[in-house]
Design a protein around this ligand. Structure first.
Ligand code: GLY
Length: 456
C-alpha cells in the first residue's frame, strides 16, 4: 500500500487529500501543512489523512527529507505558489515522484504575457490584448481603445488578478490598483489589458505526463464574483461586483457535450500541448487548466492558462470522477497516461462556499469577504449535515476555547450531489443553511454568507 503527500492547505488541497484517501492503493495521506478542518472529517478522525507540520514547510529540502524518512510514494502539489517556487524541482532532485510542473514551466501561469504570446503563435483563440510596463502608456491605451477591457496583473494573484471593467473610469482605477497601490504585489509590475468578452466561461483540465495528454472529458463552471448578480445593493455598496478566487461551482457544465469536449481538445488543448512538448521540449508532468470562454458567436477563446487544478473546480470534478486518483498520479509520474481509463459517475454536483459575511468588529463592522472580514468565529452545524454531503475546509483554524473557527474569507466548501442539477442545488442550499459562524460580538448571530445562484 502507498503513502501520498499532498502539499497545500486550501479547499482544493483538502479535496486532493480526500480523493487520494479514496484510492484502493493508498494507506496514508500526509497533508502538509494542511488545515485543521481535516481533523473534523471521517478520514482525518481515523488517521487516514494526517496533518503534518514541519519546522519550515517553505524549505523544500525539509519537505524532501520528510518524504524520504516516511517513505512517501507520491507528492501532489496543489497550488501555484510552491510550484513556481520550485518544490517539484527539489523533490525530483531527490528522486521523489510528484504531480506538478517544474519551476520553469510554471511561467504558463505566472507570466501572462508569455502565455498570450504562446497562444497567439499557435493560432488558438485569444481576446485582443496589450502588455504594459509603463503606467502612463497603460492609462493612455484604455482612454483610446474604444471598447470595454479586463485589466490583469501579469503575475500570480491566487486566481484573483483580473479586474473586469465597465468603462474607462473603471479601467483607470484598475490600473491604479494593480500598478500603483500594488494590490497584487510585484505581480502588478506589468499589466495585461485585454478586450472584455461576453459569453459563458468554461473551466477545462488536462493531465500531462511528458509524453501523453489526458484531457478530462468533463468540464465545469465556477462563479468568480463575490455577490449574486441581482444583489444590486451589495454590488453598489462595495464598488462593483468584486472578483474573488471563486465562490462556488457546479458540474457538469450546462454546455457539457461530447461534441464540445472534442472541439475544446481539437481547437485548444492539442495545439497548446503540441507547443509544450514539441516546440519547447518541456517534460511537463502535472495539470494544465484552460480558462475558456464560449462567446455569443460560438467562438472559443482562452482567458488564462494555469498550472494546477482549479479551486473550487476540482472539488466538484473529484466527486464526479470515479477513476482512482493515485493511478492517475502515478501515470503522470511514469509517463503512462495513455493507459488510464477515465470514468465519470452520473451525478450532478454543486459546491457552495460558505464565506465570512458581515460581522461585528471591536469598533464598527467588518463588511465581510472579499472586503475586510472578521475571524475566530466558531463553526457549528457540521454534525447536522445530511449523509453524503462533502465538506472541504479552506480558511479555518482551531482554538482550545472554541474548537473549529473561521480563519479566512472563504471558509469551507459544501458539496452536494444528486441525479439532477436541480436536486443537487436544493440539497446544497438546504444543508448550507445548517452551518453557523457564531458572531460572538453580536449575541451569537450567524455571520456566514453564501451566493444563492450557484448552478442557476
Ligand atoms: N477558480 C479559479 C482558479 O482556480 O483560478
Amino acid at each position: 500500500m502507498a503513502k501520498v503527500l499532498v502539499y497545500g492547505s486550501g479547499g482544493r488541497d483538502h479535496c486532493l487529500a480526500d480523493k487520494y484517501g479514496d484510492s484502493q492503493h493508498v494507506e496514508k495521506v500526509y497533508f502538509m501543512s494542511g488545515n485543521p478542518g481535516v481533523l473534523y472529517t471521517p478520514k482525518g478522525k481515523r488517521g487516514l489523512i494526517e496533518l503534518v507540520n514541519i519546522a519550515n514547510p517553505d524549505d523544500f529540502g525539509e519537505v524532501a527529507a520528510f518524504c524520504r524518512e516516511n517513505k512517501v510514494d507520491l507528492v501532489d502539489v496543489g497550488s501555484e505558489n510552491p510550484l513556481s517556487s520550485g518544490l517539484v524541482d527539489v523533490l525530483n532532485d531527490h528522486n521523489i515522484a510528484s504531480v506538478g510542473p517544474k519551476q520553469e514551466y510554471t511561467k504558463l501561469e505566472s507570466d501572462r504575457s508569455f502565455t498570450n504570446f504562446l497562444l497567439k503563435k499557435t493560432g488558438v483563440g485569444k481576446p485582443e490584448y496589450r502588455v504594459f510596463y509603463d503606467i502612463g502608456q497603460a492609462r493612455k491605451y484604455v482612454k483610446n481603445i474604444g471598447y470595454q477591457v479586463v485589466v490583469k496583473a501579469n503575475g500570480l494573484a491566487a486566481g484573483k488578478g483580473a479586474i473586469v471593467c465597465d468603462n474607462v473610469e473603471d479601467a483607470l482605477a484598475a490600473i491604479d490598483s494593480i500598478m500603483v497601490k500594488k494590490i497584487f504585489g510585484k505581480s502588478g509590475d506589468r499589466v495585461v489589458i485585454e478586450e472584455r468578452k461576453y459569453g459563458t466561461e468554461i473551466s477545462f483540465f488536462a493531465y500531462l505526463d511528458g509524453k501523453h495528454v489526458l484531457p478530462l472529458k468533463m468540464f465545469c463552471q465556477d462563479y468568480k464574483t463575490a455577490f449574486d448578480s441581482d444583489d444590486i445593493e451589495s454590488i453598489e455598496k462595495f464598488g462593483g461586483n468584486l472578483n474573488t478566487g471563486g465562490t462556488g461551482c457546479y458540474c457538469p457544465h450546462k454546455l457539457m457535450s461530447d461534441q464540445l469536449v472534442n472541439r475544446i481538445i481539437r481547437e485548444i488543448v492539442n495545439p497548446v500541448v503540441n507547443v509544450i512538448y514539441n516546440e519547447y521540449g518541456w517534460n511537463y508532468k502535472g495539470v494544465v487548466y484552460f480558462g475558456l470562454n464560449l462567446d455569443t458567436d460560438n467562438q472559443l477563446e482562452v482567458f488564462e492558462i494555469n498550472v494546477r487544478h482549479g479551486d473550487p473546480e476540482f472539488q466538484v470534478l473529484a466527486r464526479k470522477l470515479s477513476t482512482d486518483l493515485f493511478e492517475i498520479g502515478m501515470a503522470v509520474w511514469e509517463g503512462k497516461l495513455d493507459q488510464i481509463q477515465q470514468v465519470w459517475n452520473q451525478q450532478f454536483y454543486v459546491d457552495v462556499i460558505a464565506m465570512e459575511g458581515r460581522s461585528k468588529a471591536d469598533r464598527g463592522w467588518n463588511p465581510g469577504y472579499p472586503k475586510r472580514y472578521g475571524k475566530g468565529h466558531q463553526i457549528l452545524g457540521l454534525d447536522d449535515l445530511d449523509k453524503g454531503i462533502a465538506v472541504y475546509f479552506a480558511g479555518v483554524e482551531t482554538t482550545e476555547e472554541k474548537g473549529l473557527v473561521t480563519w479566512g474569507g472563504r471558509v469551507l466548501h459544501l458539496i452536494a450531489g444528486d441525479k439532477t442539477l436541480e436536486k443537487a442545488r436544493k440539497k446544497a442550499y438546504q444543508n448550507i443553511q445548517k452551518i453557523i459562524f457564531v458572531d460572538h460580538k453580536k449575541d451569537g448571530a450567524n455571520c456566514m454568507r453564501y451566493r444563492t445562484q450557484i448552478g442557476l
